[in-house]
Unconditional design. Structure first.
Length: 147
């Protein structure tokens, strides 16, 4: 199996309901990557963030995902069915902004919302795109309710 196959298997386990086992598989995949495996690290960190129970650990993974994303090109994500890397940016910004807000850090959360909104054009016009757009709208509404 390739590293992408292992990553997809771990995601499948986690999405299938076994979060702990999925997290273990994905952490082993992370340990098997090099610092230069930006696309794999971006995807791994993006999913590992969702599998954390602690918001600080979640945000740390989201920050790793976004840092790795800065080095990702479109072709790097085609093995996992993502034709345009930019379409992942909005989800990365949404998740990080949400984490910052739950940590009680509205300024960086707002910055992530702005970055996510700036990348909206890259989202596909499908269910995934609609979900991310709703998430950004919700983040904006929650930020507007901040003191």
């Amino acid at each position: 199996m390739t590293q992408w196959d292992d990553i997809q298997a771990g995601v499948g386990v986690a999405l299938g309901g076994d979060r702990a086992r999925g997290r273990d598989v994905l952490r082993r995949c992370w340990a098997g990557t090099a610092e230069t495996d930006h696309a794999q690290r971006c995807v791994l960190a993006h999913y590992l963030a969702d599998l954390e129970d602690d918001v600080d650990a979640e945000v740390a993974w989201d920050e790793r995902a976004l840092a790795a994303f800065a080095h990702v090109r479109d072709a790097d994500l085609t093995p996992v069915g993502i034709p345009a890397a930019a379409s992942l940016a909005t989800s990365l910004h949404l998740n990080l902004g949400d984490g910052y807000l739950r940590q009680g850090n509205p300024r960086p959360a707002h910055d992530q919302l702005v970055a996510g909104l700036a990348a909206l054009d890259a989202l596909p016009d499908d269910g995934y795109g609609a979900m991310i757009r709703r998430g950004l709208t919700g983040l904006g509404e929650r930020l507007n309710g901040q003191p």
